[in-house]
Design a protein around this ligand. Sequence first.
Ligand code: GLN
Length: 280
Amino acid sequence: MSKQTIFYLYNETKKALKDAGITPANFEAKQIIRYVTGYTNSEILSRYNEQLSPLKITALNSIVNRRLQHYPLQYILGEWSFYGLDFYVGEGVLIPRADTEALVETALDFLKDKREAVALDLCSGSGCVAVAISKNAGVSVDAVEKYEAAYEYLEKNIKRNAANVTPILADVFDFVPDKKYDIIVSNPPYISAAGMDIIDEETTHEPDSALYGGEDGLIFYHTIANRYRKFLKNGGMLAVEIGFDQASSVSKILKLNGYKNVGVKKDYGENDRVVFGTVE
Ligand code: GLN
């Protein structure tokens, strides 16, 4: 028992994660120790010889066991950062992913020098896209989310970040906006039926409703491109996140619906990640 110092427990946690193939094990172990102790990273460094109470050790063991069963680290921590901002997350809401920063960058490039612009975010989930755009472009964003559980996170995350975002509880398939927007963005569910069979074990804990985009994964793109075109101002842009292999199908959908200047943007991993187009 005398060995149950922070340093010892960190190493044990790291080893257990690594043996289970969970990487990066050192990063995750640090996050878990930080969560259990309530210490900052630098406090952990200066207190590495401190012993944890039996209560904290029990908590640590139960967290490590859940993680070893591939329960997402983000749900355990209850928050995650995206585009330099912090968001609450938990069951019922999609975890913000770094890939999605490509969608935010597309919107920010478009909104550069546009004052008083208004944006619409469809399938908002945690609100990470809407909040990141609003905070960084200084524009107001309407954020539509259908599911109550996710909507609660959306509301909390808008407050947490004091963002100029209006949450709207509605279904993207029948929502009728009361204005026209400069830009409409969406990270809709886009995994196909075949794709759902091979998602990571971690992802199985996330809501299917945020992942499954119909048999071919494209159902939301048809609806969004068609239904929301008339809610874009002249010169306005639609930008959607896509799966890495959907660039040509989604570009085709935008073109068929009359969008011009259709283009593709890659994420940091060099995968096609965003399709955009404008209306004239
Ligand atoms: N990028 C997510 C994944 O592959 C899917 C998110 C989505 O469907 N919008 O896990």
